[in-house]
Write a protein that binds this ligand. Structure first.
Ligand SMILES: [Fe+2]
Length: 201
């Protein structure tokens, strides 16, 4: 068991699965299947990267969108997830709830509505400014973009899917470039094309 699970900064795999099940009841939707795909992808990639703990990666993938338990939300889901995980003392997950949407550190690059209050928006901006991403932040940002509810997919497909559903702006291409950089980063770390690693052909 990883050191962090022992310190209770993150829940066990079983507890994370239960939290997601409970969330599914509160706000049913395809988002929970997307989270399961993200958890599985994160685990597979982490297994190939020496410094990453695969159980921790799995739990982070499962819970990155947990804020959606509170209803149909746009950007606010990251704040709701952050608060919910923090209330349980799982600070490593609250961090992921907040960082997973920003491979490109500019709040205006978010795909969708900013339904946060002014105060919440300022909090997110300050948090991103003060946080230096680690490999878990990067891994979940990448896996979020590789995960359809029915399984893993190519970045190219998922990014186009998101743009078609939620629109795009003048920062979208820079954000896409950030995703492709993440893929290159983990291809190198895993010493393998991660598309193969997650069984894409
Ligand atoms: Fe997600």
């Amino acid at each position: 068991m990883s050191e962090n699970i022992l310190k209770k900064k993150i829940p066990s795999e079983k507890e994370a699965e239960e939290l997601l099940k409970e969330a599914e009841k509160l706000n049913p939707g395809l988002w929970t299947a997307h989270c399961k795909t993200a958890g599985t992808c994160a685990k597979k990639i982490a297994e190939r990267c020496n410094e990453l703990d695969e159980n921790k990666a799995y739990v982070m993938g499962l819970l990155h969108d947990i804020g959606r338990r509170e209803g149909i939300l746009d950007m606010k889901h990251i704040i709701c997830g952050y608060r919910f995980m923090e209330s349980k003392g799982y600070v490593d997950i609250s961090r992921i709830c907040l960082t997973h949407s920003f491979p490109y550190k500019d709040i205006r690059a978010y795909n969708g509505e900013n339904d946060c209050t002014e105060k919440e928006t300022q909090f997110i901006e300050k948090y991103l400014e003060e946080t230096e991403y680690d490999d878990y932040d990067r891994l979940i940002q990448l896996c979020d973009a590789l995960s359809f509810p029915d399984g893993p997919t190519f970045l190219e497909k998922r990014l186009v899917d998101v743009a078609m559903r939620r629109g795009f702006n003048d920062l979208t291409v820079d954000k896409w470039k950030a995703f492709f950089k993440l893929k290159e980063y983990f291809d190198e770390k895993a010493r393998q094309d991660i598309y193969k690693l997650i069984n894409l052909k």
